[in-house]
Design a protein around this ligand. Structure first.
Ligand SMILES: *[C@@H]1O[C@H](CO)[C@@H](O)[C@H](O)[C@H]1NC(C)=O
Ligand SMILES: *[C@@H]1O[C@H](CO)[C@@H](O)[C@H](O)[C@H]1NC(C)=O
Length: 323
């Protein structure tokens, strides 16, 4: 009996291992296809699109460093190393195209497209917020303010001094009643500050705010999944996973969430498309896309630049975390 149980245990362990291997292979295959898409469309992506691939590349690099310490993943290492090199080279081409196509946003944010800008987490925290928050009235961060606060933080403005925090940014970035992209971009701001090593007093409590924001973002994702709102909220859902994963909250790396994201990939093109595909009229998709995300750019063949960016970044996080 004991022996049988032992065999069962071994069987289950093997099953678990091979499941993990399957997942890892589907992640790498998805990323290989997404890289083919980048190769085709690097000229057309907006800055958010390129940004997503830079995050992916940071995760590929981190994955390789992690795997250097383990054996048994040689063939996967070869594939990921090839991906890393290819994505890195294509990002440089995409940057040159951006500099021409979107000179203003390129000037403001190009630092975040540089190799080594993004440091991925080396340890994980479970999200355990100090207190719970309920929505109250008041204004929230809008995307123009977010862009302006981030570019000032980067020192991309006239003076060139990094880490400045104007008063309007200081007050809006710590609101704890917001949702949607306003909320995810509050976290984004703190992540930029961390990567730049900014020491403004606002960032002394960074861990506290990150934990509060990701607590709220987790609730949004759980609710979106429960209500099957993913057709309209898929982009935000994935952005939340990308940003909170980058903030070190591993509870966002749920295997079923990975499957949801992988299912949004258009197999033949390698890009991602998260809008409801039940409606036959593609013009509607485009309208919906514009309404949902200001910075979305629809590319030929139902490919969405921002959708693809958040998906490849998030999937890179899953790979690095341990699939
Ligand atoms: C990861 O990136 C760093 C800095 O860009 C580089 O020095 C290092 O060799 C890379 N590691 C791997 C495994 O590619
Ligand atoms: C928010 O504003 C509405 C109307 O302006 C008001 O009825 C409500 O009580 C306010 N809620 C809070 C929590 O302040």
């Amino acid at each position: 009996m004991l022996f049988l149980r032992f065999q069962l245990l071994i069987f289950l362990l093997n099953l678990n291992l091979s499941r993990c291997e399957d997942k890892r292979n589907s992640i790498i295959s998805a990323l290989e296809k997404a890289t083919l898409f980048l190769e085709e469309q690097y000229n057309e992506l907006n800055i958010d699109g390129v940004f997503g691939y830079r995050l992916l590349q940071a995760y590929l690099n981190g994955t390789l460093e992690k795997w250097a310490l383990v054996s048994g993943l040689e063939s996967e290492q070869v594939r990921v190393r090839r991906l890393d090199a290819k994505v890195s080279a294509l990002i440089e081409k995409a940057k040159r195209a951006l500099e021409k196509n979107e000179p203003d946003s390129y000037r403001a944010f190009h630092q975040a497209l540089s190799p080594g800008f993004w440091k991925i987490p080396h340890q994980w925290v479970q999200n355990d917020p100090p207190v719970s928050f309920s929505p109250t009235n008041g204004s929230c961060l809008d995307l123009d303010t977010s862009d302006s606060c981030i570019s000032i933080l980067l020192g991309s403005g006239a003076g060139g001094t990094p880490c400045l925090v104007p008063d309007n940014c200081r007050s809006i970035m710590i609101k704890t009643h917001c949702s949607g992209y306003g909320l995810s971009h509050q976290l984004f701001y703190f992540l930029f500050a961390e990567m730049k090593g900014c020491s403004d007093p606002l960032f002394h409590n960074a861990q506290y705010y990150k934990s509060v924001f990701c607590h709220l973002m987790m609730q949004i994702n759980v609710e979106a999944e429960k209500q099957a709102l993913l057709g309209t909220e898929g982009d935000l859902f994935t952005e939340n996973i990308l940003f909170c994963g980058l903030a070190g909250f591993s509870d966002f790396y749920k295997p079923r969430w990975l499957d949801i994201i992988l299912n949004w990939q258009k197999r033949e093109r390698g890009c991602f498309w998260m809008f409801d595909s039940s409606s036959p009229v593609s013009e509607d998709h485009h309208k919906e896309a514009r309404r949902v995300k200001r910075t979305e750019k629809i590319l030929e063949g139902e490919c969405a630049s921002h959708n693809t960016a958040v998906a490849v970044g998030a999937i890179g996080g899953f790979l690095h975390y341990g699939f």
